[in-house]
Structures are given as C-alpha cells and as structure tokens.
Ligand binder design. Structure first.
Ligand SMILES: NC(=O)c1ccc[n+]([C@@H]2O[C@H](COP(=O)([O-])OP(=O)(O)OC[C@H]3O[C@@H](n4cnc5c(N)ncnc54)[C@H](OP(=O)(O)O)[C@@H]3O)[C@@H](O)[C@H]2O)c1
Length: 248
C-alpha cells in the first residue's frame, strides 16, 4: 500500500504517550519513517516494535545538546528530515500563590525551551529536505487552546509557554516561507491523555468528562497528518480542535 509520506522521515517529540504516540502511529501509517523522542525508552521501544522503520531516541528536550545530537543522528541514519512535530509538553495548573517555582521552570524548560532547541537543531535538515524532489518540509508544534486564550485561574505559566510558542511559530513561518518549510500550530482542547488524567476535581480532568467533552489523541494526530500531507502550495498554519462540548 502506498502512503502519502512514503520515503519521508519525521521526528515526533513526546512519542512515549498520548498525542505524540498517536501522531507517530498516524505518520507511520502514511509511510513515514518516524524517529521517536522522549525520556521513557521502554515506552518508545514498545511503540517502535509496532511501526515499520521507526527509531528510538531517549532524549530530554530540555537538554539542548542532547537534542541536537539526536536530531543529527536521525538525519544521518535516515538521510533526510521532512517533518518535525514538537509535541513534548508538561502542564501544572496550580494557582500562582500556591505554585512551586520548580513546576514553573519545568513548563518553561519543556514547553518553550524544548520547542526552541528542537526546532533550531532541525531547521537546517528541514530546509535541505525542502530543496529535494518532494519540495516541502514541515514544522508542526502542538500548542493548546491555552496558547490562544487564558482559560481560567491556574493556567498562568502553562498559558504563557503556549502563547510564546505561538509567537515563535508565526515568526518562523514568515522566515521560512521562501524556503518552503511550512510552519503550523495545532491547538487542542481537552484530550484524554496522561497529562489530563489528574483525578483532581479542581483541574481539567479527562477522566471525568462526558463523551463529547473530551478528545481522543487520534483526533489531534488526524490534524497533524492533514497539515503535513497538503499539496506543497498549501500551508495550514493553525488548527484549533476543541471537543464539541468544550466552551472555554
Ligand atoms: N491532553 C490535553 O488535554 C492537551 C491539551 C492541549 C495541548 N496539549 C499538549 O499536547 C502535548 C502532548 O501532551 P499529551 O496530552 O499527549 O500528554 P502526555 O500523555 O503526558 O505526553 C507528554 C509527552 O511529553 C513527553 N515529555 C515530557 N517532558 C519531556 C522532556 N523533558 N523531554 C522529552 N519528552 C518529554 C513525555 O514523555 P516522557 O515522559 O517519556 O519523556 C510524553 O511522551 C503537550 O505539548 C501538551 O501541552 C495537551
């Protein structure tokens, strides 16, 4: 069977669970060789065992040197890099007064610095792929509804990091348009993943949501696949996906 991403290579960060796992599966189903990035090697190895051509990269995205080494390794192993999905993320929703500064730092390190260092290390490889016969390459960053609006008390630093990647992504889009590297954001509402199975009535909890009140990770993977399989003339720069019943 032929896939729309046959012959391409994609990196998915945070591929060990949730949206990243679903996105890696969906890209592989379209024929991409997927490089799986996250810290939990055992989960990446389980996933790689199910996918053709996938490789495992135990990387902390907060470690810029490790990220660069892993991305260079992917480009050299696979010979090209066509798609980067910046998905790894972390959220903590405590009110500012009660918050642990270490939690704030972790969100900035993963959600912002992780996206910056991963994108920086990938850009040269993506631009090179875009000059090849396929003629296009993609950076997709998984932001959030919280990257467009501040959805209530407790979303303080999480929303700040997601707004920041939104600004970065738009600047990057303008810089890379002429090089045929498309840059886009996916902004999910509530998705049922490890991140949102908090069991805490005061925080967004996918486990407590109704059927139409929560998305599945596959719903976001679908959006990513849509973005990276458009004709080269078509750049889908932003996709906001809420569960039907989500109001905020
Ligand atoms: N779930 C939602 O409702 C929702 C809504 C809007 C946006 N999002 C965004 O969607 C993205 C994926 O989240 P998810 O819901 O799928 O959550 P998840 O199931 O908790 O997955 C988070 C992923 O990020 C990885 N990760 C975290 N810190 C990392 C680090 N320092 N280095 C490398 N990888 C790291 C984790 O892998 P390891 O622990 O193995 O490193 C895991 O694979 C995040 O950017 C999140 O902000 C989620």
């Amino acid at each position: 069977m032929t896939g729309r991403l046959d012959g391409t290579t994609a990196i998915v960060t945070g591929a060990s669970s949730g949206i990243g796992n679903a996105t890696a599966r969906a890209l592989a189903a379209e024929g991409a060789a997927v490089a799986l990035f996250a810290r939990r090697r055992d989960k990446l190895e389980d996933l790689a065992g199910e996918l053709d051509g996938a490789t495992v990269h135990e990387v902390d995205v907060a470690d810029a040197d490790a990220v660069r080494a892993a991305i260079d390794e992917v480009a050299s192993q696979h010979g090209r890099l066509d798609v980067l999905v910046n998905n790894a993320g972390y959220g903590s929703m405590d009110l500012a007064r009660d918050a642990d500064l270490g939690e704030w730092q972790k969100m900035v390190d993963v959600n912002l610095h992780g996206v910056l260092s991963t994108t920086h290390a990938a850009l040269g490889h993506l631009a090179q792929a875009a000059q090849g016969p396929r003629g296009i390459a993609d950076v997709v960053t998984v932001s959030s509804v919280a990257g467009r609006t501040v959805s209530g008390p407790g979303s303080n630093v999480y929303a700040a990091t997601k707004h920041a990647v939104g600004a970065f992504s738009e600047a990057l889009r303008q810089e890379l348009a002429g090089q045929h590297v498309r840059v886009g954001l996916v902004e999910p509402g509530l998705v049922d993943t490890e991140l949102t199975n908090t069991g805490d009535a005061n925080k967004p909890d996918a486990g407590q949501a109704s059927e139409l009140g929560v998305l599945h990770a596959d719903d976001i993977a679908d959006a990513v696949v849509y973005m990276v399989t458009r004709a080269p003339r078509t750049a889908v720069n932003e996709v906001l996906v809420r569960p039907t019943e989500q109001t905020g």
